[in-house]
Design a protein around this ligand. Structure first.
Ligand code: MN
Length: 353
């Protein structure tokens, strides 16, 4: 098992690569979509969500991806995955809109480029509402600020306005109105169109697609269906499209927040199938519709047991800290990550590798 660190777009710097290396990581998971440029954290309840999509799209070009990989390699790290497509690149795939086929071609081109550059995994989140509705509050130990979700205490679940997809603005000039409702049948049909178009290309390119489960894992959010909001829907994904390129971005926190399933059985079920591309390591307290994100060592999940199950099933991929509570100091994000990485490294070593 390898330790990695996820870095947001504006954090893809040599200093942060060294920070990762110093904390024992050997891999980087890079976010290329420029959310969180203003603050490196999950934000909450704003009408404009995570802001304007489509900034800095040149990063998706082969020469820029190659330079990114070189810079990461130069610090002794692998570029293990790119996490999330900018919604500008594929919004009509999610919405079944008029530009769907053109955008499927764009995604295929990106996957082929990943294959050429040597980026082995593309993590994606097939979601219309995206990560939405979090509350930011001092939920973690010692009053550390983290996020939570609550259907009673969170922001009102308003319909998604036109021009917004995946909690980002894709068209600031969109006509007034809302996206309307999207059913589970529609969402799975859209996923089907996506995977049937791109999986053959991914197989040929040697790139794995890794699906993140829903965060928060509600059956619907803002009137739109969610895809993997119970652990069993991961199995549906794997069974419907069997392919070495059809893999999981396995988020322990999101899976543990789901109302069904035993998290240890879930970890065992999917790691035994060698279906996990990489792991998001995060602990939580509670389940939908009310939960809080907390430090790795204080939540409902015995994270050491999770690591032992992964090791027993021969998982040899990358595990990264997911979001962590912000620690009270001059570098709240970095301190939180260093804390999680130290814990994860100790757990891996204690388990024998
Ligand atoms: Mn996650």
């Amino acid at each position: 098992m390898q330790l990695g660190l996820g870095l947001y777009r504006h954090m893809l710097t040599p200093d942060n690569y060294r920070f990762a290396r110093q904390a024992g990581a050997s891999a980087i998971v890079a976010h290329l979509c420029d959310y969180f440029a203003e603050a490196p954290r999950i934000t909450t309840g704003r009408d404009d969500g995570w802001g304007l999509a489509g900034r800095g799209l040149e990063i998706w070009e082969a020469e820029n991806l190659h330079a990114l990989k070189q810079a990461i390699n130069a610090e002794g790290l692998a570029l293990a995955a790119v996490e999330n497509l900018d919604p500008v690149l594929w919004h009509d795939v999610l919405l079944d809109g008029p530009r769907r086929d053109e955008q499927l071609e764009t995604v295929k081109r990106i996957i082929r480029t990943f294959g050429e550059v040597g980026i082995p995994t593309l993590g994606y989140n097939f979601s219309i509402a995206g990560v939405w509705g979090h509350i930011e509050a001092p939920y973690a130990r010692g009053g550390a600020v983290s996020v939570g979700f609550s259907t009673t205490d969170g922001p009102p679940e308003t319909p998604i306005p036109n021009g917004m997809v995946w909690n980002m603005i894709i068209d600031p000039d969109a006509a007034p109105g809302t996206l309307g409702e999207v059913t589970h049948e529609q969402l799975w049909a859209r996923l089907s169109a996506f995977l049937e178009a791109v999986l053959p290309v991914a197989e040929e390119a040697g790139v794995r697609l890794a699906l993140h489960p829903d965060d928060p894992p509600m059956p619907t959010l803002r009137g739109t269906a969610r895809l993997v909001y119970q652990p069993r829907y991961y199995q549906q994904l794997l069974d419907r499209w069997p392919s070495p390129a059809n893999q999981l971005e396995f988020c322990i926190g999101s899976l543990a927040e789901m109302s069904e399933g035993d998290i240890y059985e879930v970890v065992d079920q999917y790691s035994r199938q060698q279906a996990i591309a990489y792991v998001h390591f995060r602990n939580i307290r509670g389940k939908v519709p009310h939960y809080h994100e907390v430090f790795v060592d204080e939540g409902d999940v015995d994270m050491l047991r999770v690591i032992r199950i992964l090791q027993a099933n021969g998982f040899d991929g990358v595990m990264i800290p997911d979001h962590t509570p912000q620690m009270t100091c001059a570098a709240p994000w970095h301190a939180g990550m260093a804390y999680a990485l130290g814990y994860m490294r100790a757990a891996i070593q204690a388990g024998g590798g």
